[in-house]
Design a protein around this ligand. Sequence first.
Ligand SMILES: *[C@@H]1O[C@H](CO)[C@@H](O)[C@H](O)[C@H]1NC(C)=O
Ligand SMILES: *[C@@H]1O[C@H](CO)[C@@H](O)[C@H](O)[C@H]1NC(C)=O
Ligand SMILES: *[C@@H]1O[C@H](CO)[C@@H](O)[C@H](O)[C@H]1NC(C)=O
Length: 969
Amino acid sequence: MAGLTYQLFSIAVVLGAVQPIGGYSFKNCIGDSYSKNFNCINRKEMNTSAIIKDLPPTAINLTISYTLIVHIPKESFVHLPNLRNLRLDHNHLSNIDDDAFRGLNELKSLNVSFNNIRELSPSVFDNLNNLNFLSLTNNSLKQLPRDIFSNLSHLDTLVLGQNFLTNFSGIAESVSHLQNLSVLDLCSNNLTSLSHSNASLPKSLTTLFLCKNKLVKLGCKNRFLGFIQVLDLSQNLHLDSTAFEEVDLSHINDLRLRSTSVDVLTFLNISNVNARHVDFSGTHLNNTRLTKLCRLLRKKGKTIRKLSLGYNQIHNLTNQMLEYCPTITGNLDLTHNNLNSTSCLEFINKQKSISSINVEHNHLTILHSCQFYSNNVTEVSYRYNRILTVFAYAFNSTPNVKTLELNINIIAYLDCDALSGLTSLETLRLDNNILTDLLQCMFRDNHNLKILNLRNNRIAVIFKWTFFNLSSLTTLDLGGNKITHFEESGLDGLKSLSKFYLDGNNLKQIDTSFYHVFQDTLTTLDLQRNQIRFLNEETSSPFRNLSKLSDLKLDGQRPYGLTVLPRHFFRGLHSLRSLYLTHNDIFFLEPDAFDDLTGLQFLTLDNCCVGATQLQPGVFKNMRNLTLLVLENMGIQNFSKDVFGNLTQLSRLQLNRNVMQIVDVGALESLPNLNYLDIRNTPLICTCDNSLLQNWTVYSNVQVVYLYNLLCPHDPKQRFYNFDTKVCYQDVEMYLFISTAVAIFLFTATPLLYIKLYWKMKYGYYMFRSWFSEQWRILREQEENCKYDAFVSYNSADEQWVMEQLMANLEGNGSSLKLCLHHRDFELGRDIVDNIVSAVYSSRKTICVVSRNFLKSEWCSLEIQLASYRLFDEHRDVLLLVFLEEISQRQVSSYHRMRKVMLKKTYLQWPGSDCTNPTQAQELFWNKLRRAMRSGSNPETEEQHSEGCKEENRETETHTSDEKYYLLP
Ligand SMILES: *[C@@H]1O[C@H](CO)[C@@H](O)[C@H](O)[C@H]1NC(C)=O
Ligand SMILES: *[C@@H]1O[C@H](CO)[C@@H](O)[C@H](O)[C@H]1NC(C)=O
Ligand SMILES: *[C@@H]1O[C@H](CO)[C@@H](O)[C@H](O)[C@H]1NC(C)=O
């Protein structure tokens, strides 16, 4: 029904009866299924309006990025009053008109970063009363108009980094009234001081980023930074300690001074800052100065939460290094210190409360064996070093470590006992090293290990029982290795494994025997980019028992692809939610290949198959939960409704880069929840075969990605959405033309016909009625064997003869025949026509008393016609014609039917008083009539004579030739 309505609608549209309404597709944007999020990215479009004018007012998040727009004209967004987040970053904007943002009263976040804006007009943001976040990062602003933020009373975060701002005073003035501003980012500008004339910063401002400027002095009044908590002054290369004289930093809890000229020891002596809240990264500390710093810190407090010492010159981690420091309870940061050795982190002996140690980005090459220390360290990171060798007991100094990061090194040798004793270890990162062998002993003690990452090493074989003690392991990442096979029992012990990554290895087959260990726990199995290939359809399902598996990746098997998808390959995977089969050169997809995947929500088959593979009807029949189907670049030439049959939940279908020229709208309409269709890069032809598709794409409630940019393959100047389809509807037009013409003809002809053919039509109507009541009549006839012997049809002018002669001679006079007379026997109140019909049919004969008056009476003619119908069409001879007067052939001839009856049938002539012997003639007449009435009604068995004044042998009688005495069979 919907389809029909739609088609009628399409036709109406084509014929111009309905104006096109905005569809669900957009020229330059892609929306989500709720029409709330829109991305207009990577468009070669310079006109802002062209990008956004077709967006609906429901839009809440809008991103316009990587386009060529340079200018935002005024009132560009008035049709999008619900926008909350607007991103205009990474364009070529240089010019934003006043009132460009008019109407955006709901806007909370505006990002105009990474453009070419040199100047802004003072009132450009005036309409954005509710703005919380504004970023102008990476433009070319040299200064800001004084009142530019005057209406942004809700602004919380203002990011002005990476511009050429020089005038801090002006900035301070323009933000001074922003009572909700808490973050101001001015990093990477050209500020030289913080002098500010009379302006003050709002009290709400707690975070001030001033990194990468050219500050030499602060030059601000004593209390100017009094409410600042986070102050980043890093990379102001020429800023030195003296700048802080008399500056109130009492509220600071994070001060960054990296890569300045500040001498922290001097600085801490002259400033009122709480030294425990200073980040000492990049403050030129060497071991000597660190010791001094520690003494100084110790004076200020007994404990310190964290100590950041990155980017310094601390080359040796000595035992005494932190001896004089306050007790460190959190993180010790030693990154970027050119360390060659950790010296077993002996300093922990003096700082047993440290919880995490970071020695990333140093020059460590070996992790030596260490002595056992007891301490609280739970996290250690050695990332980004050059560690080649890890000796036995290397982590003895941190026995309680839970997270150990050894990734991004060049570890080739990990001693069998390297991880010994680390029973608390939960996360071990060994990825991005050059390990070749995993030994059975390596993970012996790590009973609590949950995540083991060995990605991107050079492991070729998994020896038996390697992971035997890892009964808590939930995630094992062996991706990017060179694994060709698992030894028997290689995966034994992995009782809790849930996520198993084996992508990018050299596995040639899927050996089911390994999976039984974790068959009840595995949820993710990644087998991407291996060398799995099937040649035989009969392989049984390797996944059969993985009852919880929800994600399976099999894409990109090298170099040949899976080739064959064995029958029942996915048997039993009822929990599977997502399946990746892309890039696999599968040459045939059986229609039952996916039958067991009843829970699947996400299926991607792009590039899965050899070019000519066609989707078989029913291939997705059980996927009632599928919401996303990716069929890109599969060489699909066509598909039918049967293919998509049961995808009732499908909301997103990607068919781009296929080769179908025609798409059957019925197939798309069989997807009731579809709201996103990608058919880019398909050679859809712009001919009548696609005229319905064209209509569907424009008027259905499905978003067709970049519909208005799809070109006609044979004429790139034409667009698919509006190629000319008028010619396609010519048939319809012809049909409509013909039906209209017929209707008009009927309207004009009917009155004429009514006049000319009134009786023909009326007769036809009664013929129909009589035929209709025939069954009923036959029944009745059988039941009562006819109520009357004869129905007498006569004109009222002849009533006297009927009453005096006919009644008397047939009903009385010992004949006891029963006549039906309309004035006597018709049912009162019944339709006269119904009465006549029932009278004719409940009488064995119909006697027509023909006179000139009779011939003129319409009702009589109906009676004759009913009776003659019985004669001609039922072959029941019921009609008896009695001519009261002499009526010439010429007179009868204008009553065609009557004449026809007369030709076929004999008739009786009433011998009038002008006969020579009327009494005798009349006696004979009655006898004949009685006999005729008693005779059967079967015309074959009966003959009738024309009788009149026998003696006179009138013309009318003799005229009736002999063969006319016999009724036609
Ligand atoms: C809009 O974007 C924000 C942040 O990107 C997101 O948190 C929010 O859910 C989005 N709104 C809608 C309606 O999707
Ligand atoms: C930054 O300021 C310096 C002087 O402090 C000036 O020479 C330079 O041109 C400025 N750069 C820009 C891009 O304005
Ligand atoms: C530490 O640095 C100070 C000054 O930066 C220098 O005088 C001293 O010699 C350095 N000490 C060591 C051990 O490098």
